[in-house]
Every structure is written in C-alpha cells, then in structure tokens.
Write a protein that binds this ligand. Structure first.
Ligand code: GAR
Length: 196
C-alpha cells in the first residue's frame, strides 16, 4: 500500500486527523513513520498511543541541519516511504530532503499563501486585518512555505474573531483538507508539473 511519513513539532492534531482517517477506513495509506524534532511534543505521545513508529531527534545533537536530514532520509528510504507530509513541522528543510523528495513532499500552512508565510500565520492575518484567510496545501520546494499549490480553502474572519477562535476554525479545515489531499495523491489523481 501507499506509505507516508508525517513530520510534526508540536501538538500534532493534524497527525491525529490523518491517523483517524486511516483508522476509520477513509484514507487508504499506511503511516510508516512520525518524525519529530521536539522530544516533549504532544505528537510523540500521540504516535505511541497509535502504535506508529517515530524518529525523535534534537537538532543540537547534530553538527548541522544537513546531518540530521541525512539520517531522516535514510530512514524514509529504508521504510520505502512514498509521500512525506509536513504537518506543523517548524523547521526549514534543506536540499538534502527537498531534492530526492521533490514532488513527494507536501506542507500544510494556515494562511492563503503566498500571504503570511512563516511563523504565526494566523496572528499575522489578524494583525493585517484581512477579511478572508484560509489554509494552503502545497508541494515543498525549499523556500519558506513556497512551492506549487495543491489545494486552498478560504475562511472569513469576523470582527469577533481572535487568535483562539480563528486557530480553532483553521484547524477544523486542516483536519479535513489534509487527509483529502493525501487521498488524492495516494490514488494517483495529482501529478506535480516538474517544470513549474
Ligand atoms: C497547523 O495549523 C499547521 O498549518 C501549522 O502548524 C499547525 C500545527 O498544528 N504549520 C505552520 O505554521 C507551518 N509554517 P498541529 O500540531 O495541531 O497539527
């Protein structure tokens, strides 16, 4: 079957949503690995509960970003991972992963890219005062939250919204959109234009 790895740094509610979709029979993939850069992150506990193997590391235990990415790449290759999903992985990715995985590496971001890349995208949208924001899923090309866009969903911001309410609405959208995109890719319904 189609094998995926999920990278996450924090709560891992998106990781949970993917696993729930798999366990409910709505997403026909195998989650072969969780990769996490924060040993105390809640997502590590979620993987344990779900019986999903994890590779947990600390960047400071390696000499460079390239070194831990080499180790990650070896693990992905030995597990024959078909697709890598960045779901709240709060680190930049280098050529070590981007080059061999290009077209098989996607990210979810809580804004309508190219607006508000980087950290705190939800707060950035509130601070700017946009009336519409949303969620983007895109192929990763090595920039920060850049690369060919696969799917976007919009969301209106109301005057009553604050960081907490908006984050909750964004997460609801993400938990549906990300498993949908993974299902499309697993079914071979999406092909990246490698020239773009
Ligand atoms: C998600 O909202 C995701 O879009 C965002 O981190 C959150 C992780 O939540 N990613 C980024 O901001 C990437 N630049 P989760 O750990 O509960 O899945």
């Amino acid at each position: 079957s189609f094998r995926i790895a999920v990278f996450a740094s924090g709560s891992g509610s998106n990781f949970q949503a993917i696993a729930d979709a798999v366990n409910a029979g709505k997403l026909d993939v195998h989650i072969g690995l969780l990769v996490c850069d924060r040993p105390n992150a809640k997502v590590v506990e979620r993987a344990k509960q779900l019986g999903i193997p994890s590779f947990v590391f600390r960047a400071k235990d390696y000499g460079s970003r390239e070194q831990y990415e080499q180790e990650i790449l070896q693990r992905l290759e030995s597990l024959e991972i078909d697709l890598v999903v960045l779901a709240g992985y709060m680190r930049l990715i280098t050529e070590v992963l981007v080059k061999p995985l290009y077209g098989r590496l996607i990210n979810i971001h809580p804004s309508l890219l190219p607006a508000f890349p980087g950290l705190d995208a939800i707060q950035q949208a509130l601070d700017y005062g946009v009336k519409v924001t949303g969620v983007t899923v895109h192929y990763v090309d090595g920039g920060m939250d850049t690369g060919p866009i696969i799917a976007q969903q919009t969301l209106a911001i109301t005057p009553e919204d604050n960081e907490a309410t908006l984050a909750a609405s964004i997460h609801q959208i993400e938990h549906v959109l990300l498993p949908q995109v993974i299902a499309q890719i697993a079914a071979g319904e999406l092909k990246i234009n490698k020239d773009s």
